[in-house]
Ligand binder design. Structure first.
Ligand SMILES: Nc1ncnc2c1ncn2[C@@H]1O[C@H](COP(=O)(O)OP(=O)(O)OP(=O)(O)O)[C@@H](O)[C@H]1O
Ligand SMILES: [Mg+2]
Length: 1013
C-alpha cells in the first residue's frame, strides 16, 4: 500500500501530489535521487553515503545519513510510521514506488509497451510513445549535480531519443509524413548524428514529394559523419538513399484508414504533470478520473469575467451546459474556474471527469461512476448508481473533452433526465445536440483593436505574463506594442497558442518571433507535456474526428485569406459543400460572423496554417487555381457596379474579399497565369482607387504590366495587357506621379490602336479611358487647351459606346473635368454649367463618384454667390464619401467645407437655404471654430490613412485653406487649436461626418472668394 505521493525526475526533481510539488533542499534532493536511481532495490547505506557525500569529499557520520532519511520519510509520507515508501531493509534502504508514482519508471514502461506493439498496433503504440514523452518536463535530474545522477540522466535521455525515433517511425507507418517533417527537421538539427532520425526525415521528405530535399538531408548527414567521425553512413541510411535515388515504389506511404484519429493531445490542465499519479498505469483505453479534483490553476484567469458570470447564471438554472470552442481556446480552464466559483452551491460536490484519454463512447458513463467513487457499473446499472448517489444533494459534474465521444450524447442526456439534482457541464469542441443542452461558445481572448490601448487586451496580457515568466525583463512598451499586438492577432487570441509562443521571447525579440510564429504551431518546447506541446497536436485532434469529405474541405479552405461566403465557396468547390462546412463550424474549426445579415466564414490564423500544412502539393495547386478563378469571376462581376447604383454594396463586398483577391493575384503571378493577373488588375483598379488602396494597387498593376509586356497585340485577348497598363496609369495618377501616368495612358492608347483582331467597341472603350487620362494629366500640368481638347475627344468617343461599357461614365466625368478646366481658366459660368450637366447624368445613373466630383466643382463656383448652397453641396459630398468609404475624397471635402465656413460665407442671400433656416441662432462662435478645427484634423488623418491625394484633378484652394487656418488659430489660441486638431484626428470618421453635416451657414459679411490657388 502506498500513499498518494509521486516523485518526478524527468525534469527538476519534484516530490508531490498531483496538485502540489515541493522543492527539496539540495542534500535531501541528492539523497532522494540516490534512492530513486535504484527504486525498488535495496541501496546499502554505505553506497548511499558514497553517492551523496563521497563526491563532495566528505564522509558524514552515520547519524547524518539517518537524519536525512527520516526527514525524507516525513516528506514522502504524512503521519508517523510504519513507513511504506522509504523502507529500512538491511543493509540499507529501499524506495518502494510503484511505476505510476515515478515518472521515469512509467516512462520506461510505456516505452517498452510501445516497442512491443509497434508492429501490431502502430496507432496504440504511437499514443503510448506520446504519453511517455509527455512525462518529460526538462532534462532528467535537472537539479541534481552528483555524478550518479548525471549518469542516470544520460541513460534516460538516450531512452528519450529512442522514444522520439520510435515516434517518428510510427508516424511514417501511420502516413503522417507531412505532419512530422518540421519536427524531424528540428530533431535532426539538435541530434545530427542520430542516423535513425535522419533516415526518418529523408523518408518523410521523400513521401511529401520532396525528393531533392530528401537527398539533401542525406547528403548533409553523410558530410557531417565524415567530418565529425570520419565514417560513412550506416547500411540502413545508405539503402534508403539508394531507394530514394531510384524512386523505389517500396518507399511509398502506407495507406492508412481515414478514421484513425491522431493521438489525443488532451491539452487539459486537469492532467498537469503527474496528474495520473493516483491512477493505474494506463491500459490502452485508460479511464483516469479524479473525484472532485478540480485542477489548481497556477495562473490568473484572464479576460473571462463575462463568460464566468454568464456561466454561473447558466449553472444556476440549466441542467446541461456545453462549453464549445476551438482547441486551446480555454474551455477547460473556464469550466474549472466556474466549477470552483460555483462549488458552494453544490453541496454534493463538483466532480471532474477528464475524458480525453477515452476512446469509446460507451466508457463515458462508467467513467462518471468511477469519478463519483462508486463501484464499477455500466449501462442502466450506471445510470441507477449515479441517480441513487446524487438523489439528495445537488452535484456538478464536469465532463471534460467530449468532442470525440459524441455518441455518448444520448447517455449524457439520459443521465440529466434521470438525476434531477445533477447539473452537467461539458467541455467539447462540438456541441452535443441533445434537447435541454445550452451551448456557450468560448471565443478567443480579446485582441487589441488597431490603434487601441494594447495592454487592455486580455490576449496581450496573457502573452505578456507568459513571456515574463521566462524573461522577467520583458514588457510591452511603445516600441514593441504594435508587434506584440500583431503576434497576438496572428495567434488568433487562442490562449494555448499564446502560451506556446510567449516563452520564445527568451531567445527572440518580438519582431523575430512574429516572423517565426508558425513554430508555435509545429514545434513546441520539447520539455512540455505532449498534450500541450503544439497547436498542431491540438488541431490534429479535431481533424482526426472529421470524416473524409470534411477533412478534404478543411484542408482546401486554407487557401482562403480573410474568410469567405458560401456562394464564393461554392464557386470554388462546386455545390454541395454546406454539410461539410457545417461540420467544421460544429467542430469550431471554422468561425461564422454576420456582416450585413450575411454569414461569413473564416478560420483563425493557427487553424488556417494547420490546414495548409495538410494540403498535398497537387491539391494545393488545384484548389489555388479554383480559388483564383472564382475570385476573378467575382472581381469581374463587381467591376461595372463601381460606376453605378450598386457602388456602395459592391465596394463593401469586395473590401471583404480584398485579401482573397490579392491571394488570387499572387497565385496567378506565381503560376505564370499572367493574363489572370492582368484581368484581376483591370477589374479591381477602380475599387483600389475609391478605397484608397492605391499602393497595393500600383504594385499589382506594375507586376501585371511587366509580366504581360511581351504578349502579342493580336487576337481577342490582345487588350488584356493594354488594360492592365491603363490601370497602372490610373494608380500612378492617384499617387501624384503624373509623368508616369501620362506616359502610361499614352502607351496604352497606342497599343489599343495597334492591336489586331480585337473587338472594336473594346478598343474604343480603352482609347476613351486613355484620352480622359490624358485630359486630367494635361490639367494638372497646366496645359488647359490640351486638357479641354482631350476631354472633348473622350466625350465624343465615349458617346459612341454602348450603355454597358465605360462609355456613359467617361462622358459624365469628362463633362465635370471640362468644367474644372473652365474654373482653372477663371470662367465660373461655363464651369458651373458643365458641372451641372455632369451632375444630372451622374444622378441619373446613381454614380456617387461623378456626383461628388461635380459637387466639388459646383461648391467652388457657388462659394461666392450662394455660399449656403455651396455648403450643402459639400455636405452631400461628405455623406457620399462616407458611403463609398472614400477617405481621400472625404479629406478634400472636409477641407473645402472648413475654408468655406471659416471664410464666413453668408447664408440667406442666395435665397435657397430653407433646410438651414435657423441661422439666427448659431451658438457660441468658439464652439463653431473648434468644430471646424476638428474637421481639419479629421481631414488630415483621412489623407494620411490613404497616404495619397488620389483625386488629383480637384483644384484645391490652398490660399483659402491657409487663411482659414490662420483665422481659426487666432480665434481659439494656439493651445486650444492644437487640442481640437488632435481631437479631430482621433475622432472616428462617422463622428466627423456628423459634425460636418451639422455645420450651419453664417451671416457675417463674406470676404472675397478666391477662385484658384
Ligand atoms: N483566460 C485564460 N487566462 C489564462 N490562461 C488561460 C486562459 N484560458 C486558457 N488558458 C490557458 O491556455 C491553455 C489552454 O486552455 P484549455 O486547456 O482550457 O483549452 P481547451 O479549450 O480546453 O482546449 P482543448 O479543446 O484542447 O481541450 C491552458 O494552459 C490554460 O491554462
Ligand atoms: Mg480542454
Amino acid at each position: 500500500m502506498r500513499s498518494g505521493v509521486a516523485v518526478r525526475v524527468l525534469g527538476a526533481l519534484e516530490v508531490g501530489s498531483s496538485t502540489q510539488a515541493s522543492v527539496l533542499p539540495p542534500t535531501l534532493r541528492t539523497v532522494l535521487a540516490a534512492l530513486v536511481v535504484d527504486a525498488g532495490h535495496v541501496v546499502p547505506a554505505s553506497v548511499l553515503a558514497e553517492r551523496v557525500w563521497d563526491e563532495a569529499g566528505i564522509r558524514p557520520a552515520t547519524s547524518t545519513l539517518h537524519s536525512s532519511v527520516s526527514r525524507l520519510r516525513r516528506l514522502l509520507e504524512p503521519g508517523a510510521g510504519p513507513w511504506q515508501v522509504l523502507v529500512t531493509r538491511a543493509p540499507g534502504y529501499r524506495l518502494a514506488l510503484a511505476p505510476e508514482a515515478l515518472d521515469a519508471a512509467r516512462f520506461e514502461q510505456l516505452l517498452r509497451r510501445a516497442l512491443a506493439a509497434a508492429d501490431t498496433d502502430p496507432g496504440g503504440a504511437r499514443a503510448d510513445v506520446a504519453d511517455a514523452l509527455a512525462l518529460w518536463r526538462g532534462p532528467a535530474y535537472a537539479d541534481v549535480e552528483a555524478g550518479f545522477a548525471r549518469q542516470e540522466a544520460r541513460r534516460l535521455e538516450n531512452l528519450r531519443l529512442e522514444g522520439l525515433e520510435l515516434a517518428a517511425r510510427l508516424d511514417l507507418v501511420l502516413g503522417r509524413h507531412r505532419e512530422v517533417v518540421p519536427d524531424l527537421e528540428e530533431l535532426v538539427l539538435a541530434h545530427p548524428l542520430r542516423e535513425e532520425l535522419r533516415a526518418a526525415l529523408v523518408l518523410a521528405l521523400y513521401r511529401c514529394g520532396r525528393q531533392a530535399d530528401a537527398l539533401q538531408a542525406f547528403e548533409d548527414g553523410r558530410r557531417l559523419l565524415a567530418d565529425e567521425l570520419g565514417i560513412d553512413p550506416g547500411p540502413q541510411l545508405r539503402r534508403l538513399h539508394e531507394a530514394v535515388l531510384r524512386q523505389d515504389p517500396a518507399l511509398e506511404a502506407p495507406v492508412v484508414p481515414a478514421a484513425d484519429p491522431p493521438s489525443p493531445p488532451s491539452s487539459s490542465p486537469l492532467s498537469s504533470p503527474g496528474a495520473g499519479d493516483d491512477g493505474d498505469v494506463p491500459a490502452r483505453t485508460p479511464v483516469r478520473t479524479s473525484t472532485s479534483a478540480l485542477p489548481l490553476a497556477t495562473t490568473e484567469l484572464l479576460g473571462r469575467a463575462e463568460d464566468l458570470q454568464r456561466l454561473l447564471e447558466l449553472l444556476e438554472r440549466e441542467r446541461l451546459v456545453t462549453l464549445t470552442g476551438t482547441g486551446g481556446v480555454g474551455k477547460t480552464r473556464l469550466a474549472a474556474a466556474a466549477a470552483e466559483a460555483a462549488a458552494e452551491r453544490f453541496e454534493g460536490g463538483t466532480v471532474l471527469v477528464p475524458l480525453a484519454t477515452l476512446d469509446d463512447a460507451r466508457a463515458v458513463l462508467p467513467a462518471v461512476v468511477r469519478a463519483l467513487g462508486l463501484p464499477d457499473e455500466a449501462g442502466a446499472g450506471a445510470l441507477d448508481a449515479v441517480a441513487a448517489h446524487v438523489a439528495d444533494s445537488r452535484t456538478l459534474l464536469v465532463l471534460d473533452n467530449l468532442e470525440h465521444l459524441l455518441d455518448a450524447a444520448a447517455d449524457v442526456a439520459a443521465l440529466v433526465r434521470r438525476c434531477p439534482r445533477l447539473v452537467v457541464l461539458v467541455t467539447s469542441r462540438a456541441p452535443l445536440r441533445v434537447s435541454g443542452e445550452v451551448e456557450h461558445r468560448v471565443e478567443p481572448l480579446g485582441l487589441p483593436a488597431t490603434g487601441e490601448d494594447v495592454l487592455g487586451s486580455p490576449a496581450v496580457q496573457l502573452f505578456t505574463e507568459r513571456a515574463r515568466a521566462v524573461a522577467p525583463g520583458f514588457a510591452v512598451s511603445a516600441r514593441n506594442a504594435a508587434v506584440v499586438a500583431d503576434i497576438c492577432r496572428a495567434l488568433g487570441g487562442i490562449p494555448l497558442a499564446l502560451e506556446l509562443a510567449a516563452p520564445r521571447i527568451r531567445v527572440l525579440d518580438p519582431a523575430e518571433l512574429l516572423r517565426r510564429l508558425d513554430h508555435a504551431l509545429t514545434s513546441g518546447p520539447r520539455d512540455l507535456p505532449a498534450r500541450q506541446r503544439t497547436m498542431r497536436a491540438t488541431l490534429d485532434w479535431s481533424y482526426g474526428l472529421l470524416d473524409a469529405p470534411t477533412r478534404r474541405l478543411y484542408r482546401r479552405l486554407s487557401v482562403f485569406t480573410g474568410g469567405w461566403t458560401l456562394p464564393v465557396l461554392e464557386d470554388v468547390e462546386g455545390p454541395g459543400v454546406l454539410e461539410q462546412l457545417e461540420a467544421l463550424v460544429e467542430m469550431s474549426l471554422v468561425t461564422v460572423t454576420f456582416s450585413r445579415g450575411r454569414p461569413r466564414y473564416a478560420m483563425l490564423v493557427p487553424t488556417q496554417q494547420h490546414a495548409r500544412r495538410l494540403l498535398e502539393e497537387d491539391e494545393l495547386a488545384e484548389v489555388s487555381r479554383a480559388h483564383a478563378e472564382a475570385h476573378l469571376r467575382l472581381a469581374e462581376r463587381a467591376a461595372p457596379h463601381y460606376r453605378g447604383e450598386g457602388q456602395v454594396e459592391w465596394l463593401e463586398r469586395v473590401e471583404l474579399e480584398h485579401a482573397n483577391l490579392l491571394a488570387a493575384f499572387e497565385w496567378a503571378m506565381g503560376a505564370g497565369e499572367y493574363a489572370t493577373a492582368a484581368r484581376l488588375t483591370w477589374a479591381t483598379w477602380l475599387f483600389w482607387w475609391l478605397r484608397g488602396h492605391v499602393l497595393v494597387g500600383r504594385r499589382c498593376a506594375r507586376a501585371a504590366v511587366d509580366a504581360t509586356a511581351d504578349s502579342p497585340l493580336e487576337g481577342p485577348a490582345a487588350l488584356v495587357p493594354v488594360r492592365a497598363r491603363i490601370a497602372l496609369a490610373a494608380m500612378a495618377f492617384a499617387q501624384g506621379d503624373f509623368t508616369a501616368a501620362d506616359e502610361g495612358w499614352a502607351r496604352a492608347c497606342a497599343d489599343a490602336e495597334r492591336a489586331v483582331g480585337v473587338d472594336p467597341v473594346e478598343r474604343d472603350e480603352a482609347r476613351a479611358n486613355c484620352t480622359a487620362g490624358a485630359g486630367i494629366c494635361a490639367q494638372v500640368t497646366g496645359d488647359l487647351a490640351a486638357a479641354a481638347d482631350a476631354h472633348r475627344r473622350a466625350i465624343a468617343l465615349a458617346r459612341t459606346l454602348p450603355e454597358d461599357t465605360y462609355g456613359p461614365w467617361i462622358v459624365r466625368l469628362n463633362l465635370v473635368w471640362l468644367g474644372t478646366v473652365h474654373w482653372r481658366a477663371g470662367e465660373a459660368g461655363p464651369a458651373r454649367r458643365q458641372a451641372e450637366e455632369g451632375l444630372a447624368l451622374a444622378r441619373r445613373d446613381g454614380d456617387r463618384l461623378a456626383t461628388f466630383l461635380a459637387l466639388y466643382n459646383l461648391a467652388q463656383a457657388e462659394a461666392g454667390p450662394a455660399p449656403a448652397r455651396a455648403l450643402r453641396h459639400l455636405q452631400e459630398g461628405i455623406e457620399l464619401s462616407e458611403q463609398m468609404g472614400d477617405l481621400a475624397n472625404l479629406a478634400y471635402f472636409l477641407e473645402a467645407l472648413v475654408v468655406l465656413r471659416a471664410a464666413g460665407g453668408r447664408a440667406g442671400d442666395d435665397g435657397d437655404d430653407g433646410d438651414h433656416g435657423d441661422h439666427g441662432d448659431h451658438g457660441d462662435e468658439g464652439d463653431d471654430a473648434a468644430a471646424l478645427v476638428r474637421l481639419l484634423g479629421a481631414a488630415s488623418a483621412a489623407r494620411e490613412t490613404v497616404g495619397f491625394e488620389v483625386h488629383n484633378y480637384y483644384l484645391r484652394d490652398s490660399v483659402g485653406r491657409a487663411e482659414a487656418e490662420a483665422r481659426l488659430r487666432a480665434q481659439l489660441g494656439e493651445q486650444r487649436y492644437a487640442r481640437e486638431l488632435a481631437a479631430g484626428r482621433r475622432a472616428p470618421v462617422a463622428e466627423s461626418v456628423r459634425t460636418a453635416v451639422r455645420v450651419r451657414p453664417v451671416t457675417v459679411p463674406p470676404t472675397a472668394p478666391s477662385p484658384a490657388s
